[in-house]
Design a protein around this ligand. Structure first.
Ligand code: SAH
Length: 248
């Protein structure tokens, strides 16, 4: 149906329908903390605390790209941010909205729009942009990075997280998480789509964002706990900053 694009000019094609369908099919389970989404619920307080350590969220205008069921969007709104969550899987957005209503979360809205189209409409409008566990699911991740860079205000922050690509990450994140521990559904991650930190850093710098900090996310299968670590070989997060002088 949709042809994957390697050019950011054709933003509407920068989506893999099979990837969206995977998330849509599971949408009703986004807020089930024992479901396929358990890892995201467990890492959520860790990534939230890390973001807050670099930029306090209260009063900030935040965009969450590829928000899914709103696990991070909701938590950021609860810290006092004004959050817009965007995704292209409508069922996930409905679940996110319903959760906000049921939980009484203030200050969060959800919209079905691509990052590229939003960037064309609202360049330079967000203090903080988050794009977590999403880049490894799109055909042209560099175009998403470009859109995020466009959407953030000068002086603002963009946070990414994704999965490294090397034998160790294949072993832990694909074989271990999907086939041995059953933490994630089989087929969640495709090796060729996983992204080395050096590649992400190149895309980030090409958009005049500065790489400020990187962290790894480790999982201990014995304690069944996640922790922020220095080792970025498997899951990692990257904090980037748009210099004040870099006006659009
Ligand atoms: N960021 C959330 C969800 C991660 S799961 C979190 O970390 O909690 C990956 C999400 O990316 C899914 O919700 C999926 O629907 C979304 N996604 C995949 N391709 C997309 C695209 N091209 N544009 C926007 N969202 C996309």
């Amino acid at each position: 149906m949709t042809t994957p694009s390697h050019s950011s000019n054709f933003s509407s094609t920068n989506v893999d329908p099979a990837e969206l369908a995977k998330f849509s099919d599971l949408a009703h389970r986004w807020w089930d903390k024992e479901s396929e989404f358990r890892p995201l619920h467990e890492i959520n307080p860790l990534r939230l605390a890390w973001i807050q350590s670099l930029v306090p969220l209260a009063g900030k205008k935040v965009l969450d790209v590829g928000c899914g069921g709103g696990i991070l969007s909701d938590a950021m709104a609860r810290q006092g941010a004004q959050v817009l969550g965007v995704d292209l899987a409508v069922r996930s957005l409905k679940v996110a909205q319903l959760h906000a209503m049921e939980a009484g979360t203030q200050g969060v809205e959800y919209q079905e729009i691509s990052a590229e189209n939003l960037a064309a409409e609202q360049a330079g409008s967000f203090d903080v942009v988050t794009c977590m566990e999403m880049l490894e699911h799109v055909p042209d991740p560099a175009a998403i990075v470009q859109a995020c860079a466009k959407l953030v205000k000068p002086g603002g922050w963009v946070f990414f997280s994704t999965l490294n690509r090397n034998p160790k990450s294949f072993f832990f994140a694909v074989v271990g998480a999907e086939y041995v521990l059953n933490l994630l559904p089989k087929g969640t991650h495709e090796y060729a789509r996983m992204i080395k930190p050096s590649e992400l850093a190149d895309w980030v710098r090409a958009q005049s964002l500065d790489v400020m900090e990187m962290k790894g996310m480790g999982y201990n299968p014995f304690t069944r706990q996640f922790a922020m670590v220095t080792d970025t070989d498997v899951n990692y997060l990257m904090a980037t900053h748009k210099p004040l002088s870099n006006e659009f």
